[in-house]
Every structure is written in C-alpha cells, then in structure tokens.
Design a protein around this ligand. Structure first.
Ligand code: C2E
Ligand code: MG
Ligand code: MG
Length: 508
C-alpha cells in the first residue's frame, strides 16, 4: 500500500503515541539534567511531574482512541454504502485492481434494476430505499461465498468473483438471481415485482484490463440486456463497441441529413372498417440516403435519434411538415408519432402550439400516437404533458397495443381517445385462440372506456373480417394502402371526394 493510501487511523495512532513518547523522554531528560546540575529539590519534584505527564498522556490516549474510532467509522462509511451495508463503487475498483495483480480469472457483473424509477414514483422514496435494501439482501443471499456484492449507486449493483471458472460461476449466480426475481419480492406482507438487466465481463491473467475498462465493458453489456428486452444476462462482446461506433456515425449522419433536407414523409391511409373509405392518414418518416449509402428504416434511425435527443428537432419538423401537407385533405384526421423523449421535453407542448398556430392546422384533426414505453418511463410528467396537449383539442392514441404490458389501470389513467392494436396481435389472432381472446377482450375494454380502436398491419381479407367483426372501427394495413407520398394522397382523396359527391348526386 502506498504512503498516500495509509489508513487514516494509523496516522492518528501516530499522533497519540508520538506526543506521549516525546513527553516521557523530555521528563526523563529534565530530571536527569536537574540531578546533574545539583538542583536536587527540583529534581525530587520530578515524580510529580511524571504523574502529571502520565495523566496528560492518559487523557490524550482516551481522546485519541475516540478519534481513531471516528476516523475508522469515516473510513468504513467511505467504502460501504450506508443503505445496504454493501461495499461501494470505490471498494469495487480497489478489489478489481487487487485481484488483477494475481493470476486468477476475474469476472464482473453489473446488475441494474428494471423500471425502478416507476416503483420509486409509485410508492415514494422511503419505500424505494427499503426495496433497494431488500434487493441487496436477495443479491447477497444468491452470491453467498462465491461472489462479493457491491452497490454502485441508485439502482445499480455489481458482483465480483475470482478463481478458476469465475465467469461460469458468476453467470450461474446471475441466472439464479433472475430466476428468483421471477417471483415478486416480499416486503411488509406486500409483493413487489422487480426485474434486473445484467452485463458480464471477465478478465484473464494473460489479458488484463484496468478496473475502469472492465466496468465500462460490463456496463455496455448491461445496456445490451436492457435493449434486448430486460431480465437477462449478456456477456460483453467486442462487436458491441463496433455497433456503438456505427450508432455514433448514424447520429452524425442524421444531424447532417436534417440540415441537408434528406428526410421526407410518407402517409399511410386508415380506412373505416365498414365503408373502407379513407378517414385518417398516419405520417411515417422516411430517410432518402441516396443509392450509395445503405437504406435505413425508421425502426433503425428513430431509436438512434431518440437516444441522442435529435428526435426533438426531427420530430418537430415531422409535425410542421405533416400539418402543412394535411391542411389540404379536408376532414381527414392526421396521425403523427411522438417519441418518449419528445413527450418528456417540457418545451414540446409549447412547440406544438406554435406549429398549430403557424400552419393553421385545426387541432381537432390532429391525433398524436404515443407508445406505452413513452408513458411508463415517467407517467407523472407524461400525464401533465398529455393534459396540456388535450387542452388544445388534440387527441391521443396509444400505438402498438399488445406488445407491452399496458394494464387496465394504465388505460383508465391515461384515457386515450384511440387504441391501435399492434400488427403482431392482429396476425396471431388469426391463428391462435389465446391471442384472439386477448384481442377481443382488449377491444371490449377499449369500447367500455369509450376509446376508438384501429387494427394495424392488416394484410389479408381474413384479418380484415376478423377485426371488423371484433369491433374495430378503423383498419390500417397493406391490404388497403401502403405508406404513400403526399401527392398520391392528394389524388386518392380527390378521387374519394368525387366518388362521394357522385354518390350523393345519384341518391338525390
Ligand atoms: P408505427 O407507428 O406502428 O407505424 C406502423 C408501421 O407499420 C409502419 O412502419 C408501417 O409502414 C407498417 N405497416 C403498416 N401496415 C403494414 C402491414 O400491413 N404490414 C406490415 N408488415 N407493416 C405494415 P414504418 O414506416 O417502417 O415505421 C416503423 C415505426 O417507426 C413506426 O411504427 C413508428 O413507431 C416509428 N416512426 C415512423 N415515423 C415516425 C416519426 O415520425 N416519429 C416517430 N417518433 N416515430 C416514427
Ligand atoms: Mg404509429
Ligand atoms: Mg403501431
């Protein structure tokens, strides 16, 4: 251990012992000097002086001891998380460095709780703290003597193992932990569902990496677990770094693409389930990247724009452009997709108001599509934002219903004007009884809550008939229309208007 890393209590012990020793030496030397100089009387008082010095030393010792205890307490607190009593990030770094000096395999897991923020928001911070402590207890019990556990901060934990096959052992422990989390954790007679995403990495004696690099790798792997659907473990892989590099490149390209006007909108019509007439269009973002670059769909570039915050300018452009195009489509509803990042942005309702004012687009014809993930990330903020948006007269639709976990309570809380059944649910309902039952009950629930229902991704006549009979009032899918440029929508709507006018004339 280097001098600078000398424990504080050793330094303090020195502060006590040294003055005592110095005092004793000085007293002895003084007595000797007095005797030698013939000053016997004064010298006889030396024992009294020694007693005084001893009392002084005793007081010093007692004070010193309590000081040492305090310093030891501070040291402990600096290396241990006070809430869970687990060692902290600092200690983890030291442990990794120490084990790395040896010739054993070292394996590190970073464990991040899934959706803990929601639990905290829902039950309050005091309960949140108790849940963190409860999880720490579970982690400790799973790791036992085979791995050391740490709390890195917030809802992030780590486990460290060393020795032969440390990686295999640690992965086994992580899988056991996930299995245990499959059953909600009990606390005060209540049960709390908690999930975790885990990233693993290992370091071998022949290929050591510093603690900071191992932590980074485990963190990247943990992020992959989150993106991959949570409640899983992922081993770090070099390709993750390359993928991150590619994501950064795409981010730069999006930025340049916005400036160069490479983005465009396509509109997919939604038809009335009974009449098959176009009643709405959904604006879908397209990126014209030229023939020399690989084509990228919104499923790829929208999540990257969301993560980097670029969705804010891009989403605003979508709103403005869509409102400009749809202004000429009479009473057709315009649907625009809104990302979680946009909804979390406090400026969004203000910008939306500006777009409506600038374009003169009637708010009653605008519908914003949000996904469940948009709302569960921060339900309190989302609810507030949606209330402001609704106050403009704009409607809200829940997109991709059936892919997540939206509960009845969730639907009641947000009171969407429309539910859009995801393509996967529509597809499965045609072949699987369970999915059909789920689709039917979702539609019944939406109806009971006074919501409209649209079936997405309808590709066959059978699916169209199924969703129509089930009670969907609008259908969107390739069976009727694909996403088309604005000019094609102009033509379709003109033809529909002419047909309707012709029908009315004939009826008259
Ligand atoms: P979404 O909002 O659920 O849009 C519907 C997607 O399903 C569109 O894919 C559409 O082309 C596709 N689709 C419609 N009918 C069918 C069908 O019958 N069969 C099949 N196989 N697919 C069908 P697209 O355009 O690739 O968009 C994918 C997703 O990207 C959208 O899903 C939406 O989440 C996101 N997205 C698109 N544009 C925007 C945007 O402007 N802003 C944001 N935030 N997200 C957008
Ligand atoms: Mg949508
Ligand atoms: Mg959808």
């Amino acid at each position: 251990m280097s001098a600078s890393k000398q424990p504080l209590h050793k330094t303090s012990a020195g502060l006590v012992v040294i003055p005592i020793a110095v005092s004793c030496v000085l007293t002895g030397a003084l007595s000797a000097a007095l005797v030698l100089t013939g000053r016997w009387e004064t010298a006889l008082k030396a024992p009294l002086m020694i007693v005084a010095v001893l009392i002084y030393a005793l007081v010093l010792f007692i004070l010193g001891r309590s000081g040492i205890e305090n310093v030891r307490g501070l040291e402990r607190r600096a290396s241990i998380d006070t809430l869970t009593r687990l060692p902290n990030r600092h200690t983890l770094g030291e442990d990794i460095e120490r084990i790395s000096q040896g010739d054993e395999e070292l394996a590190l897991a970073i464990i991040d709780l899934d959706g803990f923020k929601q639990l905290n928001d829902h039950y309050g911070h005091a309960m949140g703290d108790r849940l963190i402590a409860r999880f720490a207890q579970e982690l400790r019990s799973v790791c036992g003597r085979e791995a050391r556990c740490y709390r890195l901060g917030g809802d992030e934990f780590a486990a460290l193992a060393n020795g032969k096959v440390a990686g295999t052992i640690l992965e086994g422990l992580c899988r056991t932990l996930l299995e245990r989390l499959g059953t909600p954790l009990a606390l005060d007679g209540r049960h709390f569902a908690m999930g975790a995403s885990i990233g693993l990495t290992r370091s071998l004696p022949e290929d050591r990496a510093p603690a900071s690099e191992l932590l980074r790798r485990a963190d990247v792997a943990m992020d992959m677990s989150k993106r991959g659907g949570k409640m899983r473990c992922t081993w770090f892989n070099e390709s993750f770094d390359r993928r991150r590099e590619r994501v950064r490149e795409i981010e730069d390209e999006i930025r340049a693409g916005i400036a160069a006007g490479e983005f465009a909108l396509a509109y997919q019509p939604l038809v009335d389930a009974e009449t098959k007439q176009i009643v709405a269009v959904e604006a879908l973002l397209r990126w014209n990247r030229g023939s020399e670059r690989d084509a990228l769909g919104p499923n790829v570039f929208v999540p990257i724009a969301e993560d980097s915050g670029l969705i804010n300018p891009l989403g605003l452009w979508v709103l403005r452009q869509a409102a400009c195009d749809a202004r000429r489509w009479d009473d057709i509803t315009l649907s625009v997709n809104i990302s979680a990042a946009q909804l979390r942005n406090a400026e969004f309702p203000i910008r939306l108001g500006e777009v409506l004012e600038e374009t003169g687009f009637p708010p009653s014809r605008l519908e914003l599509e949000v996904t469940e993930t948009c709302l569960v990330l921060d339900p309190v903020v989302a609810e507030r934002t949606l209330d402001v948006i609704r106050s403009f007269g704009v409607r809200i639709a829940l997109d991709d219903f059936g892919t997540g976990y939206a509960s009845i309570g969730f639907l009641r809380r947000f009171r969407f004007e429309k539910l859009k059944l995801d393509r996967s649910l529509v597809e499965l309902a045609g072949v699987d009884d369970g999915s059909r039952a789920m689709m039917l009950s979702s539609i019944a629930l939406a109806r009971a809550l006074d919501m409209g229902v649209t079936a997405e991704g309808v590709e066959t006549e059978e699916q169209a008939e199924l969703v129509r009979l089930a009670g969907c009032d609008q259908i969107q899918g390739w069976l009727y229309y694909r996403a088309l440029p604005a000019e094609d929508i102009d033509r379709l709507i003109a033809a529909q208007t002419a047909l309707l006018a012709g029908g009315k004339e004939a009826a008259a």
